[in-house]
Design a protein around this ligand. Structure first.
Ligand code: ZN
Length: 257
């Protein structure tokens, strides 16, 4: 199918649906200038991921110092990034009343910046915009902690109990947030269309969410630059730019005609 046919086919599915679950990954944010951590030139080509396992972070102060150095390196880019046309198309889906929820693997807060309601956004891998104490749970704003790191605290500690501070992102080897995953699966069981956008669909357990939607009878549209292991499960696969595909598909699928 050529581009127009693909858009029309996707738009028809959007039109026919009333409960859309959107699942997003790093490819959605690359067009906002945030490099995929896993891509060549991404953060994991500069740092060794094995040094950032959660157990090591907890047990080794030097690992924590490295974590904060790495995290500081990319925080500025994420803080200043703006949502792109594809993020805004997801907001349009919410405005039409079709959006059940956005389940995102991204930690960049761009769905919030695009204006989606906070209760529609499920950040299964957490967010870089807050920091929590691993001992007492006290939450700290990221900018406040960032200032302390810049001022020389290499591995900042909780100002309440001197516990270990960590950004509210899910590290390798760290447990997924059970409440968020449960909510995501609940939506996967009740959606009638799942859009998997910019995800290579290889990182589990997050990638099992679109699979659960299909198992429960939902249609699945995958939009990603590269093929994914779940393409065979999808009703429609479009390997093209999200900021080109999604606004066109949503506009056509939500228009009156
Ligand atoms: Zn504390």
């Amino acid at each position: 199918m050529d581009f127009d046919h693909l858009i029309r086919a996707g738009a028809e599915m959007v039109r026919a649906s009333s409960r859309v679950l959107v699942f997003t990954g790093a490819g959605l944010s690359t067009e906002s200038g945030i490099a995929d951590f896993r891509s060549p030139g991404g953060i994991w080509s500069k740092y060794d991921p094995s040094e950032f396992y959660f157990d090591r972070f907890v047990s080794d102060k030097r690992a924590r110092e490295k974590y904060w150095a790495m995290s500081t390196e990319y925080y500025g880019v994420i803080r200043d990034a703006r949502p792109n046309e594809a993020h805004l198309a997801i907001k349009t889906l919410e405005d039409t009343g079709k959006l059940l929820a956005v389940v995102t693997q991204n930690i960049d807060g761009l769905h919030h910046k695009a204006g989606n309601a906070p209760d529609k956004i499920i950040e299964v891998h957490g967010t870089v915009f807050s920091v929590s104490c691993l001992s007492c749970g006290k939450r700290h704003g990221r900018d406040e902690i960032q200032e302390r790191v810049k001022a020389g605290e290499k591995a900042p500690e909780c100002d309440g109990c001197s516990g270990i501070l960590k950004t509210d992102t899910i590290s390798f080897g760290q447990a997924m947030p059970q409440d968020k995953m449960a909510m995501a699966y609940q939506h996967a069981r009740s959606c009638d269309l799942c859009l998997a956008l910019g995800s290579s669909l290889v990182v589990y357990p997050a990638a099992s969410i679109p699979a659960a939607a299909v198992e429960n009878g939902s249609r699945l549209i995958i939009v990603n630059l590269e093929p994914t292991p779940m393409d065979d499960m999808a009703t429609l696969v479009i390997n093209d730019s999200l900021s080109k595909v999604l606004p066109a598909m949503v506009q056509l699928g939500c228009s009156d005609t």
